[in-house]
Design a protein around this ligand. Structure first.
Ligand code: SP5
Ligand code: ZN
Length: 340
């Protein structure tokens, strides 16, 4: 199985993030996550780790707003020119309520406009890392159009919380959506998001489209981040009505309950008859994840892989979250071993 990976992620290493209550904690979405996964790939004989190709900016502009990408590109240099005292990471403390706000001219005004929370911290290497991650997803998409049964995009930073014009939840460019949109020019695409958190960015990007079916299984947003998307009633809009599905799950959801919800999602995908499948694969559904409250085991993750593979649709698997670094390697191998 081809695994697309770039070293560019290493320079995206924010010094901290801010939790609820104002607690500063070490950045959970850290480079060590990739090292654990790469280590696990070295122990199997079927993973071919490859540099991504450069697809340029067009496939990214096809999903994201140009002004937003310009902000990502220039914000670090602008941040250094401000009079802020601690410049270790660009992080605004005032956010736009989306009531058709003006876009302010100042850097911190734009940062608050383009960010949804205190975890999408920008440092010097963020934009380059995000571009490289999108190229990993595009390279994996290209591989399946060239006849591979599946390909893995080992993306960092992750992407599914990033919308057309916003960053959030450790995400800046929506890698899975960029790949799904690129594939949609070649055939019908289904995007299945199994990260613990609702893929709100992906939901927003495809909400009014009928050519890309989007389905997300996640912790109920009534109690979990991102809170403002992921409810069962949100099913698409306009031509896209009926082409988005959310499966909010309660805290404590175990393998059996998770797999029941997955089967409902897979039935919808079968009915849609896609030519390509994109999987937003977050490992934070794992029982021992520090951010998650869902109790899926490593065996359960393997079973997810087996059931997704039974669709027999060429699949691009895209790395999203997962913060139990010690378990990440075996969980990723568990999933991919069934899809290779
Ligand atoms: C890609 C991805 O998985 N992003 C997740 C971003 C979640 N950020 C919200 C963190 C909320 C932290 N709550 C504290 C729980 C500590 N036990
Ligand atoms: Zn997540």
């Amino acid at each position: 199985m081809k695994v697309y990976y770039s070293e560019a992620h290493r320079k995206h290493e924010p010094p901290f993030e801010v939790f609820d209550g104002g607690l500063r904690v070490p950045y959970l979405e850290n480079p060590d996550r990739m090292d654990r996964i790469l280590e696990a790939f070295r122990e199997v004989d079927w993973a071919e780790v490859t540099e991504p190709a450069d697809f340029g900016l067009d496939p990214i502009y096809a999903v994201h707003d140009k002004d937003y990408l310009d902000f990502l590109a220039s914000s670090w240099t602008e941040w250094l020119a401000t009079d802020s005292r601690d410049k270790s990471t660009l992080l605004p403390a005032t956010f736009a309520l989306r009531r058709h706000p003006q876009k302010p001219a100042s850097l911190l005004g734009r940062a608050g406009y383009y960010m949804m929370d205190l975890s999408a911290c920008i440092v010097e290497g963020t934009y380059q890392a995000a571009l490289a991650a999108a190229n990993c997803a595009l390279s994996a998409a290209e591989a399946v159009t060239n006849g591979e049964r599946s390909a893995f995009a080992l993306c960092r930073p992750p992407g599914h919380h990033a919308g057309k014009d916003y960053a959030g939840g450790y995400c800046f460019i929506n890698n899975a959506s960029v790949a799904a949109n690129w594939l949609s020019a070649k055939g019908k695409v289904a995007l299945l998001d199994i990260d613990y958190h609702c893929g709100n960015g992906t939901q927003d990007i495809f909400f009014e489209r009928e050519d890309v079916l989007t389905i997300s299984l996640h912790a109920d947003p009534n109690f979990e981040y991102p809170y403002f998307a992921g409810y069962a009633e949100e099913r698409g809009k306009g031509k896209g009505l009926g082409f988005h599905h959310n499966f909010p799950l309660p805290a404590g959801t175990d393998d059996a309950a998770y797999l029941n919800a997955l089967d409902l999602a897979l039935a919808l995908i079968r009915e849609f008859q896609p030519e390509y499948l994109v999987v937003s694969a977050g490992m934070d559904i794992y029982a021992e994840d520090p951010l998650g409250k869902i109790k899926v085991t490593t065996q359960g993750i393997k079973e997810i892989g087996r059931r997704v593979a039974s669709l027999a649709v060429p699949a691009v698997i895209v790395m999203e979250g997962g913060y139990n670094n010690e378990a990440l390697g075996r969980n990723v191998i568990g999933l991919l071993g069934e899809l290779k």
